[in-house]
Design a protein around this ligand. Structure first.
Ligand code: NAD
Ligand code: SER
Length: 323
């Protein structure tokens, strides 16, 4: 049986995913039961009401102090250096994504935590994997430092579950598209930037080729996947830290044309940079059968629904500049 999540810590709560996961958890579990932490970037107060602390995940004593002070039993660890930033500073990516997470696992045992949830990523895959419907079980030889750290995170989490019974769970998220907080330096950032630039400037120059196809997901589905996996019955799980979760796949060209359907004056072109190599090493789509079978994963949004919602939300957010 899964142990209950009562007092939840969100590390890296002001990032792209945390800024939407935190209010969703607060809505569900109560504002004082969800403790948000930020690192260098404090939120403008849009995480919902509730405790907010500064925390560097590398500071093990400070992490332990917060777990103890708030009687934390469950942790969503969103602290990470993403793929593009990870290539700029591989040592920092290794430090935060691997050492920071390893220290958290050690604290998980020390404090007998009920649950640790970690997003993994399409970044675990490398060029040898079948590009269409990359299987859940396949060779994992990523070519980016981000991917190396994400595979290591999955293996560490599975090891702590198998060896010590610590309930660690994780899923391989596609690139996430959202309107609230800009992405933090990944390869799939083009799929968010294109919406902002279409509304602000009417033009976007994509840093990946027109034919680049990647798995992507809209934020409401991402939040649902994280919470559904966290709440799944432990006994139903054969996998733990390495679930593929799929939603939609399309080319950068398809995305631009979809936006053009809604904003006819939008223009775009493609000037690939160094991030193209990372995008080319990732599959076009993933097979997520284990997630569907073991905890009932099912996405809600397709490209049409996402593009419409993104444009509506960003027009409100970006105010007068929006047409
Ligand atoms: P993000 O870059 O927006 O947020 C990451 C957060 O980590 C930031 O708020 C940053 O301040 C924080 N952080 C960095 N160093 C830290 C440290 N030393 N101590 C504490 N916090 C630190 O990223 P995100 O998109 O919100 O990603 C969250 C998780 O989801 C990551 O594990 C990422 O790999 C994974 N993921 C994201 C996507 C995506 O498209 N956004 C896709 C797949 C997986
Ligand atoms: N969006 C993430 C990145 O591009 C995928 O994990 O780094």
């Amino acid at each position: 049986m899964s142990r209950r999540m009562n007092n939840i810590l969100v590390i890296g709560a002001t990032g792209q995913i945390g800024s939407e996961l935190t209010p969703a958890l607060r809505e569900k579990y109560g504002q004082d039961s969800v403790i948000a932490t930020y690192y260098t970037t404090k939120s403008g107060g849009d995480l919902g009401e509730g405790p907010l602390e500064e925390l560097d995940i590398m500071d093990k004593k400070a992490t332990a102090r917060i777990i103890d002070q708030y009687d934390i039993d469950s942790v969503f660890n969103l602290a990470a250096i993403l793929s593009a930033k990870g290539e700029e500073n591989p040592a920092e990516a290794f430090r935060v994504n691997v050492i920071g997470f390893f220290q958290l696992l050690q604290l998980g045992l020390k404090f007998d935590l009920n649950r640790i949830i970690i997003p993994s990523s399409i970044g675990v895959f490398g060029p040898e994997v079948p590009s269409e419907n990359a299987p859940n079980e396949t060779v994992l030889r990523p070519t980016s430092m981000y991917g190396v750290t994400k595979v290591t995170g999955e293996l560490l989490g599975n090891y702590y579950y198998n060896k010590f019974g610590l309930d660690v769970r994780g899923l391989r998220l596609p690139g996430i598209v959202s309107s609230k907080t800009l992405p933090g330096g990944g390869t799939t950032d083009y799929a968010v930037e294109v919406f902002y630039e279409a509304i602000r400037k009417g033009h976007y120059t994509s840093f990946v080729r027109e034919d680049t196809t990647l798995p992507l997901m809209y934020m409401p589905d991402c939040i649902k996947s994280l919470i559904d996996l966290a709440e799944a019955d432990l006994e139903a799980l054969d996998h733990h830290c390495d679930f593929n979760v799929s939603s939609m796949s399309f080319t950068a060209g398809d995305l631009a044309r979809k936006i053009e359907e809604i904003i006819p004056e939008f223009t775009y072109d493609f000037q690939p940079d160094e991030r193209q190599e990372i995008a080319d090493s990732w599959p076009n789509s993933m097979d997520d059968t284990p997630a569907r079978e073991e905890w009932g994963w099912e996405p809600s949004y397709d490209l049409d629904a996402m593009a419409k919602d993104m444009i509506e939300k960003l027009k409100v957010k970006l105010g007068e500049n929006a047409s």
